[in-house]
Design a protein. Structure first.
Length: 94
């Protein structure tokens, strides 16, 4: 099964978005660094990927998640990594 086909399933996509938003909204600013794994932000990366989805509702939920994560970052080093990732991924979709 191709990766794209997996994400095209409406029900799965809604549950996945709900999970991403819940993680972003529940993570306290002082614990945001826990979302960073080996110099990558998997939750932020997935939210950024979905921000270019064809469905407006999906884009809105994904943007809410990644903006919440970026807003909650207190550590300058972690924030810089997240902003760099966001710039790379958002500019690649333009």
């Amino acid at each position: 099964m191709r990766r794209c086909e997996r994400f095209c399933k409406e029900e799965f996509l809604q549950y996945f978005l709900s999970l991403i938003k819940t993680i972003a909204l529940r993570a306290k600013p002082e614990a945001m660094h826990l979302l960073l794994t080996s110099n990558d932000f998997p939750v932020l990366r997935r939210a950024l990927m979905l921000s270019a989805h064809g469905d407006q509702m999906v884009r809105t939920q994904a943007r809410t998640a990644y903006l919440t994560i970026l807003r909650g970052l207190l550590d300058a080093e972690v924030r810089e990594k997240a902003i760099q990732l966001a710039q790379e991924m958002l500019l690649s979709t333009v």
